[in-house]
Ligand binder design. Sequence first.
Ligand SMILES: [Fe+2]
Ligand SMILES: [Fe+2]
Length: 168
Amino acid sequence: MKPKTKENIHKAFIGEAKAYFRLQAYAQRAQDEEIPQIALLFRAIAEAERVHATRQLNLVKDLIVKDTDTNLELSFQREKSVSENVYPDFIKDAEEEGEIAAALVFSHARDAEGSHAKLYERAIMNVIKDQVKAYQVCKVCGYVTDKKIPKKCPVCSAPPEKFKTIES
Ligand SMILES: [Fe+2]
Ligand SMILES: [Fe+2]
């Protein structure tokens, strides 16, 4: 693929993905303001932006989606790099600017990415136990475990009811 088009696809994808999340938040707000017709409109357009994002991603899929062994390895490397390099820098900047809420969100993300890296590493080493039927995801911080739902999230201390089960 030619470079300009490839770059534009990337930009378009990010724009559409952002729009999807923004419109979902607008829909939630309209719901809270008890304007269901507008909530519905935002949800419909959000779905349409998701279609755009998916189509754009499909244009470059062959460039970015490899075989599963490679995808696992790349995912492991990305998690490691964001938790060891990217987020620590973001945390430092947020602390320097006194942005306490952002620093907390970044530090939760850093720690949760560590849990993702561990799960990928286990998968790469081929030690996923056959009996893993479900993963538990903390809806507050994104911590993931293949064990039972903990009494409190080891990253953000959220209670058990904040966990979502992802099962096969
Ligand atoms: Fe992650
Ligand atoms: Fe958590």
